[in-house]
Design a binder for this molecule. Structure first.
Ligand code: TXA
Ligand code: MG
Length: 364
């Protein structure tokens, strides 16, 4: 891996300075990679039509070529560069949700490089809402392929500092536009399968998609692919039923084990507090990831308490930063509560399950 100097440039998130955007766009045109803010998470972008630039994305992240990339566009006309036909369903969704955190899986156009689609006959496209992302794509003069700007298998970045922590020395430039508001990645919706199906829940909820397209199906449940940790507990460990191939369950994970608790809030808090006490007795440093309503239950219990807020929008927005903060605090295990699955809750639950490697502590 090459080692390069990583520059960080502050950019106004609402009214990006043209000179700063041009610095980044020039790098993209030259075939370089650039980290930029989007409304979901920070992206690691390169010109979608320069295969050598795309290779740099995979190298910087340490990502396998088998994982396809999302192409980001700034106007609807650019869809023509990427897909041969835009169905009536796709048009409805574009009308309703773009720009915004919705990625559509569409038939792949002949010009789309293999590296983007990982050899699939499809391409993932999204139009981000963030003014910096839009300005960068326009100034680059080409669609920008961008995965989340984290090292492969790590938690996605919602600030420039997170991206720097993962990619320092591996990218020439990070545009710092403050915290990502949505905080979880875009919803990936497959429009090529017979029934529109969510592949990854994200910033646009199942409920809102169904208002526009009632046939949209929720993601299929997945199965844990390995056992990342040994749970020493009297409580049951639940494995998830059914599987869909090609998607790894362990993903987006912090570098310390995360144990996910489920049940009624009060039972969940009690189970978490018991587990924390036991682990403290072993001498483990324990972090808990909770909502505002849970904080009092952990007062005086000698654990690092991190609250994500109270409503789903806050919790999604604070989720990855919370995992990274606990990681950085030096805890050896993170005990995390689960949240209601409605709305953004489905995406929150998906990320927590992935971080936990699919295992759940059933506390009620
Ligand atoms: O919010 C987001 O989507 C962020 C920001 C930067 O836009 N990007 C992002 O990219 O999360 P990444 O690479 O971390 O996740 C892309 C997801 C992966 O789950 C990948 O498998 C899926 O999209 N994907 C990409 N192309 C696909 C395709 N042709 N068919 C099915 N899934 C695809
Ligand atoms: Mg990612």
């Amino acid at each position: 891996m090459r080692h390069i100097q990583t520059e960080i440039l502050q950019v106004n998130p609402d009214h990006p300075e043209p000179a700063i955007i041009e610095r980044a766009a020039a790098l993209v045109r030259q075939g370089e990679v650039v980290v930029f803010p989007t409304e979901t998470v920070y992206g690691l972008g390169a010109d979608a039509f320069q295969p050598a630039a795309l290779e740099r994305i995979f190298a910087a992240k340490g990502r396998p070529y088998s994982d396809p990339l999302i192409v980001h566009i700034a106007d609807e006309e650019s869809l023509q560069l990427l897909t041969p036909t835009v169905s009536a369903q796709a048009k409805l969704l574009v009308e309703a949700f773009w720009p915004g955190p919705l990625t559509l899986i569409l038939p792949r156009g002949s010009r789309v490089p293999d590296l983007i689609s990982a050899g699939l006959p499809t391409v993932a496209v999204r139009m981000p809402r963030h003014p910096v992302a839009q300005a960068l794509i326009r100034a680059a003069g080409s669609p920008i392929a961008a995965p989340s700007a984290n090292r492969f298998m790590h938690v996605s970045p919602t600030t420039a500092q997170h991206a720097l922590d993962d990619l320092a020395g591996r990218v020439p430039l990070i545009l710092d536009g403050g915290s990502s508001k949505v905080g979880v990645e875009s919803t990936v919706l497959d429009l090529v399968s017979p029934v529109p199906t969510i592949l990854r829940p994200g910033g646009i909820s199942l409920e809102s998609l169904r208002v526009v397209l009632p046939s949209v199906q929720p993601p299929r449940r997945r199965e844990a692919v390995s056992e990342p940790m040994h749970l020493q507990t009297e409580m049951g460990v639940q494995h998830l039923p059914a599987s869909s191939p090609g998607q790894m369950l362990i993903h987006y994970a912090p570098s310390v084990p995360l144990l996910l608790f489920e049940g009624e809030p009060q039972a969940m808090r009690t189970a978490m507090a018991n587990e924390a006490r036991k682990r403290r007795a072993w001498g483990e440093r324990v972090g808990v990831l909770v909502a505002d309503e849970d904080v009092a239950a952990f007062q005086g219990s000698d654990v690092v308490v991190h609250s994500l807020g109270s409503v789903p929008e806050q919790i999604a927005s604070a989720l990855y930063a919370g995992m990274r903060a606990l990681e950085a605090s030096g805890v050896q295990v993170i005990l995390c509560r689960s949240f209601d699955e409605r709305g953004l809750g489905l995406a929150i639950r998906d990320r927590l399950l992935k971080a936990a490697g699919g295992k759940i502590f059933q506390s009620a």
